[in-house]
Design a protein around this ligand. Structure first.
Ligand SMILES: *[C@@H]1O[C@H](CO)[C@@H](O)[C@H](O)[C@H]1NC(C)=O
Ligand SMILES: *[C@@H]1O[C@H](CO)[C@@H](O)[C@H](O)[C@H]1NC(C)=O
Length: 245
């Protein structure tokens, strides 16, 4: 079965109370594919290591250690237990309408355009167009220089899964600032009626200086605040100590 995009409902149970909860846990998951298929997966972890798994596609348990292999064999002979798992799979199916609804709706991405240091700090610099949280996966991200599509000096990542049903992609453009030039990142996606254009607005030098001065001022303020606190602490400790001595 090919899971091109899916939506998961996840239930997490800690097996141990309180502090040990992070060591052992069970993960119950309904996985919905865009083709309306449902997979119910139950996983038992200890210290992040998968020990035992039920997969409704196989309809049985699989053990991953000598001990849990024996447990899996035992559970696989237990018809009542397997029937329970079948019932859980059926419960998953009751969520299909919700999952289908989510998977049928395109999700519009949000876009961040920024300049980044090129590897090795060489020139030209780079612009990075980051497109976050879109669905479905199909997308086109391009660059325009003064309205003309740029084809050289462009690099892109693949569409990266967020681990849920959403994706992100990052496109890079080699870039040397030139006066009077407009650079834009253009996103084409099913969630958008027409391509959406994001213009690069370089930060003027004076703004950069303002930020630098502002940051320095803030740092200085923090240092004074810290010094003040330390001074106050020392004095208050002194005051508390005086009557007891
Ligand atoms: C469940 O089993 C199917 C068929 O072998 C497999 O494609 C799928 O990846 C499995 N799911 C998980 C979460 O292991
Ligand atoms: C689980 O079922 C699959 C497919 O029916 C089979 O190939 C596999 O050997 C079974 N695993 C166990 C542990 O019984």
């Amino acid at each position: 079965m090919h899971i091109s995009s899916f939506f998961s409902l996840v239930f997490l149970f800690s097996i141990f109370p309180r502090a040990d909860a992070l060591f052992g846990y069970a993960l119950l998951r309904c996985q919905f594919t865009s083709t309306r298929e449902v997979v119910y997966v139950e996983q038992l972890y200890f210290k992040k290591v998968l020990l035992l798994q039920y997969n409704s596609t196989l309809g049985n348990f699989t053990g991953y250690t000598d001990k849990t292999k024996k447990i899996a064999d035992y559970l696989n002979k237990d018809q009542a237990f397997l029937k329970d798992e079948k019932r859980n799979e059926e419960s998953c199916k009751s969520f299909v309408p919700i999952a289908t609804d989510i998977l049928s709706r395109p999700v519009e991405p949000y876009v961040r355009l920024r300049s980044v240091e090129a590897p090795g700090n060489r020139h030209p610099g780079m612009l990075m167009c980051s497109v976050y949280d879109f669905y479905p996966k199909q997308i086109r991200v391009t660059w325009l220089r003064n309205g003309e599509e740029v084809t050289s000096g462009v690099m892109s990542t693949d569409e990266l899964s967020n681990g849920n049903w959403l994706y992100q992609i990052h496109s890079y453009l080699e870039y040397t600032p030139r006066f009077g030039e407009t650079i834009s990142c253009v996103v084409e996606h099913a969630s958008l009626i027409k391509p959406k254009k994001y213009d690069w607005v370089p930060m003027p030098e004076s703004e950069k200086n303002k930020i630098a001065v502002g940051t320095a001022g803030l740092l200085l303020g923090l240092i004074f605040l810290l010094a003040g606190l330390i001074y106050y602490k020392k004095n208050s400790i002194g005051r508390v100590l005086v009557p007891t001595s």
